[in-house]
Design a protein around this ligand. Structure first.
Ligand code: UDP
Length: 192
């Protein structure tokens, strides 16, 4: 794999277009994938937490979320082509799901935020099959995982903030062959 190391985090060395081509293929053949959109905070946290770093680097895609990573890569002499944000990736995945009539599951954010996010998807992306959603303030994982396993989404968007969302995805991704991505506070922005 062609990756660029920034303080231990291994970034994919590709453009956003190339990334999207990979995602299109993954969706078409139903691959189990884990995307990390790593910003400087994530890179610094991973440098301090070996377990977190291992999870990040085990992801199928690690993309540079923000100009800080691009600047860092340049100053280390190992440039990355361009930034690829979590929010843009979220929008790309929802658009793709709409075009391809795919199943999506949403997890995370406050109850009013997740229901507003669900409503926006149902209104603006009518071909998305929104198979379920849950807010991010639950006590037990298992009922949620059971629901995801049963509904078989193609895409699972997890907005629990880092590092919680990455730990969650790493632990449970085997329960559904979907594209799993941690999207941080993106639902708050997307629904607003
Ligand atoms: N969140 C959640 N459950 C938690 C903690 C956080 O659902 O136990 C949500 C929170 O409501 C927000 C997002 O996770 O929507 C975290 O956003 P933030 O911007 O703090 O995270 P980052 O983007 O920095 O990862």
């Amino acid at each position: 794999k062609n990756r660029i190391d920034i303080l231990g985090t291994q970034f994919d060395n590709f453009t956003e277009d190339q990334f999207h081509q990979h995602l299109d293929y993954d969706l078409d053949v139903n691959k189990n994938r884990f995307i990390v959109t790593a910003n400087p905070e994530i890179v610094l946290a991973a440098r301090e937490d070996k377990k977190f770093l291992k999870i990040i680097n085990s992801a199928d895609y690690v993309v540079p979320d923000g100009i800080g990573i691009i600047k860092g890569a340049n100053s280390l002499g190992t440039p990355l082509p361009e930034r690829i944000t979590g929010f843009d990736t979220l929008k790309y995945l929802i658009n793709s799901a709409n075009k391809k009539h795919l199943k999506v599951y949403l997890l995370g954010a406050k109850p009013e935020v997740i229901s507003a996010t669900a409503k926006k998807i149902e209104t603006d992306y009518p071909n998305v099959d929104l198979v379920g959603y849950h807010d991010g303030y639950f006590k037990e994982d298992q009922p949620i995982i059971d629901e995801i396993a049963e509904k078989k989404p193609n895409i699972v968007l997890v907005a629990l903030g880092f590092p919680k969302q990455e730990y969650f995805i790493d632990k449970y991704r085997k329960n559904a062959d979907a594209i799993w991505i941690g999207v941080g506070g993106s639902f708050d922005v997307f629904s607003g």
